[in-house]
Ligand binder design. Structure first.
Ligand SMILES: C[S@@+](CC[C@H](N)C(=O)[O-])C[C@H]1O[C@@H](n2cnc3c(N)ncnc32)[C@H](O)[C@@H]1O
Length: 369
């Protein structure tokens, strides 16, 4: 028995960053970009069981889901027998998402936009986030789709689907997409298999059509070098190697650290590379959850330790305001003078470089006047 909860039932967001909707002409249940898709498919549930409903003109029509396509249930009783709408068991997944299961199969958001009841196992594309209708604030609080999300899915990159970084990267990078940039990513992927990995380099190559993309890896990744993609082999913990890559590249406008995720490595790479980043450049550090994991040199007790990634970057927050310190003769550090903002997201830190010299409205040279 389906009970309609108070208020508007939630929409369903997929791991592609898209939302389920009903194509009004064909009546087919599909998934598409949140901004472009009508908000007309909703999950009506009692918490344990639910039906996907097409909402039109204030009424709800049930959806039937099949192995090859899903569509609005024909309520007119066609010849050949009336089918039943699909009733799902709603299964809570550990990551706040749900799986929808009926007749022993999971609902799946297919890469081609169809929604099918076809999978015997539940993985990424069989998981859904229940979302309230979009508001103007949605991009800040919900996983939302954009062009980089599309490319991450296309190239099989875990910056979307496993992690949720692509939405933040798009917010930071999209104004510069068409510029002749130099982007460096530490960590090509695929570890000791030379042919494996490289998905994110290809994603950046497509996202930034005029950029040169440099990839660093400790293993040989030469097979990924092509056109605007350059490969360098060495460790992110080796200062001489990092400087030699900079010498080859000439400049870095964007640096992304997705390498070893060892705390000491990440901090060392930042200390060497941030001064080499262009003024107004962007530096990103992924997977900073290793700050809390001892096997990567992190810990979950001393959260302000300068030896952990998050602890280190937290200590730089005060740098933003160094001009307000009441400390006569204070000598600003390089980071004081060149970090203009630090963004902390779940497992991702983004640091913007610039000239941090707005000045205090009260103090002069760290003294009251
Ligand atoms: C998570 S994968 C990178 C994935 C890739 N950035 C992507 O999004 O598709 C991490 C890569 O870092 C490399 N790596 C590990 N330790 C490293 C080090 N000390 N210096 C440079 N690369 C390292 C590994 O070989 C591996 O290929």
């Amino acid at each position: 028995m389906i009970r309609r909860s108070a208020g508007l039932p939630p929409r369903l967001l997929t791991a592609h960053g898209t939302t389920l909707f009903v194509a009004p002409k064909s009546g087919e249940l599909m998934h598409g970009q949140v901004g472009d898709s009508p908000a007309n498919a909703r999950l009506v549930s009692d918490g344990a069981h639910g039906q996907i409903m097409y909402e039109v003109a204030g009424s709800l029509r049930p959806i039937i889901c099949r192995t090859n396509r899903s569509e609005i249930l024909n309520m007119d009783g066609e010849e050949g027998g009336q089918e039943d709408a699909t009733v799902f068991a709603i299964m809570d997944l550990s990551n706040g998402r749900v799986a929808l299961k009926a007749e022993g199969l999971f609902l799946c958001a297919e890469p081609d936009g169809r929604v099918t009841l076809s999978r015997t196992a539940c993985a990424t594309w069989e998981s859904f986030l229940l979302a309230e209708p979009p508001s103007v604030f949605q991009p800040n609080v919900l996983r939302h789709s954009n062009d980089l999300v599309r490319l991450a899915v296309k190239h099989g990159v875990d910056k979307w689907g496993s992690h949720w970084y692509a939405q933040h990267y798009h917010n930071h990078f999209s104004p510069y997409r068409d510029q002749k940039l130099s982007l460096l990513e530490i960590g090509v992927g695929g570890y000791d298999n030379p042919n494996a990995g490289g998905g994110s380099l290809r994603m950046w190559e497509e996202y930034f059509p005029s950029a040169i993309i440099h990839g660093i890896d400790i293993f040989d990744k030469q097979p990924h070098e092509r056109g605007r993609v350059k490969i360098h082999q060495g460790s992110q913990f080796d200062e001489d190697f990092l400087r030699s890559v900079f010498k080859d590249a000439g400049s870095f406008d964007i640096i992304i650290d997705d390498g070893s995720h060892i705390n000491a490595h990440v901090i060392k790479s930042f200390e060497v590379l941030f001064p080499l980043l262009s003024n107004n450049g962007i530096y990103a550090v992924e997977d900073v959850q290793t700050s809390y994991w001892p096997e990567f040199g992190g810990n979950s007790d001393d959260l302000d330790s300068n030896g952990t990634i998050v602890g280190f970057f937290k200590s730089l927050v005060d740098s933003l305001n160094y001009e307000e310190f009441i400390k006569p003769n204070y000598q600003p550090t390089y980071f004081d003078k060149h970090i203009v903002s630090i963004h902390f997201y779940h497992n991702l830190i983004v640091i913007l470089k610039g000239s941090n010299d707005e000045g205090s409205n009260i103090l002069r040279n760290n003294e009251r006047v």
